[in-house]
Design a protein around this ligand. Structure first.
Ligand code: AMP
Ligand code: ZN
Length: 116
């Protein structure tokens, strides 16, 4: 699987560092965000190093499908009752700070729309 030496999230997928893992599959890993923005705030990442969601979809559509499948399993395991937000930030202007694709799964509180 493609990884990048200077990527924090690749250090999670290789086992070099250990995040608070809540679920995993052959292709994806889910762990708690270190700075949670909701009672449930889990990040789901592909084991493949790609910089963002579109790059993941273009590399292998099956991997982004697996990412959402694992997100749904996490939401169910967290007892969110089908009410949660899934977010990909793309680019620094949209507040992406880690350039390894990651899906935020947020739940357990009320949300506003538009998101701001
Ligand atoms: P983004 O701003 O969309 O790139 O999201 C990156 C997320 O990674 C942020 O919500 C951070 O709180 C989270 N994060 C950064 N470092 C860690 C870490 N060591 N363990 C878990 N989450 C992290
Ligand atoms: Zn990476």
């Amino acid at each position: 699987m493609d990884t990048s030496d200077d990527c924090l999230f690749c250090r999670f997928t290789t086992g070099d560092l250990a995040p608070d893992v809540v679920a995993e599959s052959e292709l994806s890993l889910a762990f708690r965000d270190i700075n949670p923005q909701a009672p449930t705030h889990v990040l789901v990442i592909p084991r493949r190093h790609v910089p963002n969601a579109v790059a993941l979809a273009r590399a292998d559509a099956g991997e982004i499908a697996d990412l959402f499948d694992l997100a749904g399993k996490v939401a169910d395991a967290e007892g969110l009752g089908g009410h949660y937000r899934t977010v990909f930030n793309t680019g620094s202007g949209a507040q992406q700070t880690v350039f390894h694709a990651h899906l935020h799964v947020l739940g357990g509180r009320e949300f506003t729309w538009p998101p701001g």
